[in-house]
Ligand binder design. Structure first.
Ligand SMILES: [Ca+2]
Ligand SMILES: [Ca+2]
Length: 446
């Protein structure tokens, strides 16, 4: 049902987006993800860890054909003129009392450092400069919208390009349209890392510009959604690419734990699940098909859910140019004891999906697509994990998952599908060991 509602709300954008891909611009605003696409599929990502944050939004376009879905690259930022490394300090006793005061004073390329010691309640605004780096220091500062919004859109409405946001907690975004976002992207290209977005109507909502690259990593999304099915933990519009990795997205309020209309989605080494506080619909929704690399994720559906499917692809349309779905070395867990569809592929999708080396644990059918290519998956009500209840999902030695996968081939465009990391809870990663034949699922025994 939620899918139908979403479609209704965004149909106009689909047409606009098609035009955007050719014309580069299409009206902004609107209540649904508007204008941004991205091209950074997977490539080799530098190991940006939350504790080792790169100061510059180093974003250079990545050639999708060189992407290793395992380690997608940082968000491309097309042109980055000389850096004005001016640092604007925010917090008690600092030059700026609030982040919004610093954003207003910033120039292109500025670095805004926000001290966690400050109180930033109700500090909402637009962010207009380009090439900004916005980061929390001395802990993780909290941005509580507390009933306020900027432009009817949310807390931070980013219209500048190449923005990097690091180590921020944001909550409380609410607007009259019921789709208030902690971060609303109206500009081009965004990188978010090491942050915590919760209890907003949307964690992130982007435009449909057809050119933006969005990178989200090491971040937790929780309990976002108005509760009407139109709003989600995050909702990425028709941008060029989304790289979503090393994240923990859980308990969307009625909406999806991840929804993306991007042309290319690289979704790798994340955990999607529930702690019982929410009732998500799809764990991952890619409603307009496109190219999707879904690799090395833990994807759990709770018994309390709005839709029995876990991963959905092309459910609304095939308006993206490609219909390439690669689902590799994920661990799917369905805790709905009576029904489930692990991979729901829309009837308009004609290209067979590749579904290889996955665990499908729980009740339900693997996929709706009869032509899908299924290789060495494990499907049973329960699987031989080390300890399911504690979320230790490594295979047990010598049983059905261990050394039971099959070698991954390159895609037709030369992309390696082999997992190189595995998710480490919370919001982190570790190298995936190489030990004998590849194991089935998101984790490899050493
Ligand atoms: Ca579901
Ligand atoms: Ca192995």
């Amino acid at each position: 049902m939620d899918r139908v509602k979403d479609h209704r709300k965004t149909t106009g954008h689909v047409i606009c987006i098609k035009a955007l891909l050719l014309l580069t611009a299409c009206g902004g605003g609107g209540s649904s993800p508007s204008d941004t696409t991205q091209a950074e599929a997977a490539s080799h990502v530098a190991e940006a860890s939350p504790t080792d944050l790169d100061t510059s939004p180093a974003q250079s376009p990545v050639n999708p054909s060189t992407l290793s879905a395992l380690s997608p690259p940082p968000a491309p930022s097309p042109s980055r003129p000389e850096l004005d490394a001016t640092v604007l300090s925010v917090g008690p006793g600092k030059a700026y009392a609030t982040p919004c005061a610093a954003f207003a004073a910033a120039g292109d390329g500025s670095i805004i450092e926000i001290d966690a010691a400050g109180s930033y309640v109700g500090d909402v605004c637009g962010i207009t400069r380009n090439n900004l780096t916005i980061r929390g220091i001395n802990g993780r500062p909290k941005i509580d919208a507390n009933g306020k919004n900027a432009m009817g859109k949310g807390s931070w409405v980013v219209s500048g390009s190449n923005t990097t946001i690091e180590n921020i907690e944001m909550y409380g975004a609410r607007v009259p349209d019921k789709n208030g976002a902690a971060i609303r992207l109206d500009g081009k290209h965004l990188t978010l890392r090491g942050s915590y977005l919760h209890d907003n109507e949307n964690g992130i909502l982007t435009n449909n510009d057809g050119v933006s690259n969005v990178v989200i990593e090491y971040t937790e999304f929780a309990n976002n959604g108005y509760g009407d099915g139109y709003s989600h933990n995050l909702y990425v519009g028709h941008v060029a690419s989304l790289v979503f990795r090393f994240n923990y997205s859980h308990d969307a309020k009625v909406g999806h734990n991840l929804k993306s209309r991007a042309a290319v989605n690289t979704i790798a080494y994340n955990r999607f699940s529930s702690d019982g506080s929410g009732s998500p619909s799809y764990e991952i929704d890619l409603p307009d098909a496109g190219t999707a690399y879904v690799i090395g994720n833990v994807i759990q559906q709770p018994s309390n859910n709005q839709n029995p499917s876990l991963l959905s692809f092309g459910a609304e349309s095939t308006s993206n140019d490609e219909q390439k779905l690669y689902v590799v070395n994920n661990t799917f867990l369905n805790d709905n004891a009576t029904q489930g569809t692990f991979i729901n592929i829309g009837s308009g999708v004609t290209r067979p999906a590749l579904i290889q080396n996955n665990v499908f644990a729980g009740v339900g059918r693997v996929t709706t697509h009869s032509s899908a290519v299924l290789r060495t998956n494990y499907n049973a009500v329960s699987a031989p994990f080390t300890n399911r209840s504690s979320y230790d999902l490594r295979p047990q030695t010598g049983l059905a998952l261990h050394n039971s996968g099959s070698t991954l081939e390159l895609t037709d465009t030369g992309v390696s599908l082999a997992p190189v990391f595995q998710y480490r809870h919370p919001t982190s990663k570790e190298a995936r060991p190489a030990a004998g034949l590849i194991d089935i699922g998101a984790y490899e025994l050493p």
